[in-house]
Design a protein around this ligand. Structure first.
Ligand code: PGA
Length: 246
């Protein structure tokens, strides 16, 4: 089942999404949270950090597994997702760093890197709640449009659209990595709950395609229509084309 929560703007979207994660942690203090990077979840992470600082949220028993990581970037590269997560969330909450996991982009051999990450996820006992952003082309994690849904953690060649979208974070487009390690669609679908966040008019079309269009690997997020427990939190602009359908 898909639940849609329409917030009026980015701040409200962030707070509403933080409510979903808060509810998860109240329900199960030792939850395994699947986390995401990108610009969309930053407000949500700020919100979680504020609630933690106030003593309203406790991450001391939480384990996290992140969706993806650029291949070839070291932990101290400020564009690596490892760096992003520490800067935007882990350093601001009372989580044990040993319980945080991001695919290791420094492992050269994709087979080794992907198998290692799947083993880490399996060792957590499974993801309770997976947070997702959505790409303009419908990618979730770095699972790009393809002929089949990639199953497990895999090494992907990033599409031109994704490289262009990410170029704003790098000094030049040549610096944007061209490959990444990402959880697969099955890895994501195995999460007990999914929370997808989207804001801005640029996401309106893809939200409609993903949740009201055909289920196809050409729109990776469309697979979420088959998941039993999905919550989509977006702002009014992102929901512009689906508000009459929900
Ligand atoms: P964004 O990225 O939050 O920066 O829009 C989302 C995504 O590509 O998954």
């Amino acid at each position: 089942m898909i639940k849609f929560i329409c917030a009026k703007d980015y701040d409200e979207m962030s707070r509403r999404a933080a409510n979903v994660i808060s509810a998860q942690l109240i329900e199960k203090a030792d939850s395994v949270l699947g986390l995401a990077t990108g610009s969309t979840p930053i407000g949500l992470y700020n919100c979680l950090a504020e609630r933690c600082a106030m003593g309203d949220l406790d991450f001391s028993k939480v384990t996290t597994v992140n969706l993806d990581e650029y291949k070839g970037l070291t932990h101290d590269n400020d564009q690596s997702y490892y760096y992003f997560m520490n800067k935007n969330l882990f350093s601001k909450i009372n989580i044990d760093p040993a319980n945080t996991n991001v695919p290791d982009g420094t492992i050269e051999d994709p087979e080794e890197a992907c198998a290692k990450y799947e083993a880490i996820i399996a060792a957590t006992g499974g993801i309770d709640l997976q947070l997702l952003g959505i790409g303009h082309n419908g990618h979730i994690g770095f699972n790009e449009p393809a002929d089949v849904f990639p199953k497990l953690t895999n090494c992907v060649d990033l599409t031109e659209s994704t490289i262009n979208a990410n170029a704003r974070f790098f000094a030049s487009i040549e610096d944007v990595p061209t490959q990444a390690y990402t959880m697969g669609i099955q890895t994501i679908m195995n999460a007990k709950k999914i929370l997808l966040v989207a804001n801005g008019a640029g996401k309106a079309e893809i939200l409609k395609k993903s949740f009201f269009g055909d289920i196809t690997p050409q729109v990776p997020a469309s697979v979420l229509q088959l998941h039993p427990d999905v919550t989509v939190v977006g702002d009014e602009e992102a929901f512009a084309l689906i508000k009459d359908l929900i």
